[in-house]
Ligand binder design. Sequence first.
Ligand code: F3S
Length: 234
Amino acid sequence: MNITFKIFRFNPDENDKKPHYHSYEVKTSPGMTILDALNEIKWHQDGTLTYRRSCRSGICGSCAMKIHGINRLACETQIEKLKRKTIVVDPLPGFKVIKDLTVEMDSFFEHLERIKPYLINDNPPPARERIQFPDQFKPIEDPVACILCMSCTSSCPSFWTDPDYIGPAALYKAYRYIFDTRDEGAAERIEVLDNRHGLWRCHTIFNCMDACPKNLKITHGISKLKRKVLAEKY
Ligand code: F3S
């Protein structure tokens, strides 16, 4: 079946004054994904089209973009399941566009860095490993699966209105370490989160959960984090 892809184009280096949409026709086949279609366009119709991609398996998170109004991974989105003759593809909202479907990621990773996304434990390590039992791992099993694709932060209205807001991805990563039984950095992370651009900017809107391609329970994690901060500090 022939599908029309209406793709967001913008190239500031070529003096584009404002973004526009360009349409491409692609002959699709069963099982074909949005990433396959973008590759088809880039390799056979227009080599200037720019987007990120890498693993092609829903693991690296590089190809997150807004596909017909919803943030999704291009490599995991099958064209036939969208049931449309025309599919609109945009870059992730809320971030500065570098070119076409490629957005600037620095601010996202700066926010992530603020919550110290690594194990903090200054005690000398045991001879073999820091043991964690399955029931201790259970509460952090969900956030451990986050692939940092930026879909959640990009879909959050609180982030759209406050670019300093740390965002759901960083909050959920903070949750992942604060509730890790081997970690001892909860107090310093809570200091980073407990302010108007941190945890309290989340108004429980749930867009982040709807957008997550891994179906992670981000909003529930953020709410649990809020309860912990309230209990420990106030
Ligand atoms: Fe935003 Fe998710 Fe909170 S969409 S406001 S981070 S619940």
